[in-house]
Design a protein around this ligand. Structure first.
Ligand code: FES
Length: 183
């Protein structure tokens, strides 16, 4: 898995950023990350989670480069930062897909069988939560209650809610998005 490679080498920071060229998207993202870090001068380990949350918000996910920058800022080994980040479901290490599939695992959805729905999606897309399909079309995310408990179990695809989702319905739902892309 790509994630495992991310920070196998704590010395990777010596290799620098590796974002896309000057003035490109990478540079913009890099600028936003610098901005996040500048809001936390002299921060210590306590600030790790809030900083990672802000970086993820700025970047959409936590890239290798951003984890290294955060580690450098907090004077921690990158592997430590990566280890903490992987402990929490809220962090993702790959860019979102064209369609981001959120599976609610709140209590109401759990009671109505969301675990089986999640399993079906994982099986069909061949990804785990936090990952993106190889073709970049779908990313999968597990979320807490998304405020539509009366419709449980619920999934949301790019913010479009699907109510009362049974595992057998998952393929048709995902195919409908594939067709949209093909159209
Ligand atoms: S628990 Fe799933 S929408 Fe509330």
């Amino acid at each position: 898995m790509e994630n495992v490679k991310v920070l196998a080498d704590d010395n990777a920071e010596q290799n620098g950023g590796g974002s896309s060229g000057p003035g490109g998207k990478g540079a913009k993202v890099e600028g936003r990350i610098e901005e996040v870090l500048s809001r936390h001068p002299g921060a210590g380990r306590d600030a790790l989670i809030p900083i990672l949350q802000e970086v993820q918000e700025a970047e959409g996910h936590l890239s290798r480069e951003s984890v290294i920058k955060v580690a450098r800022h907090l004077a921690l080994p990158p592997s430590k930062v990566y280890g903490v980040a992987t402990f929490y479901n809220q962090f993702r290490f790959q860019a979102r897909g064209t369609y981001n599939v959120q599976v609610c695992r709140g209590t109401a959805c759990h009671v109505k069988g969301s675990a089986a729905v999640l399993d079906a999606i994982k099986r069909i897309l061949k990804v785990e939560p936090g990952e993106t399909t190889r073709d970049g079309m779908f990313s999968l995310e597990v979320v807490a209650c998304i405020g539509a408990c009366g419709l449980a179990p619920v999934i949301a695809v790019n913010g479009e809610f699907h109510a009362g989702v049974a595992p057998e319905k998952v393929a048709a739902i995902l195919n409908s998005y594939k067709r949209r892309t093909a159209a």
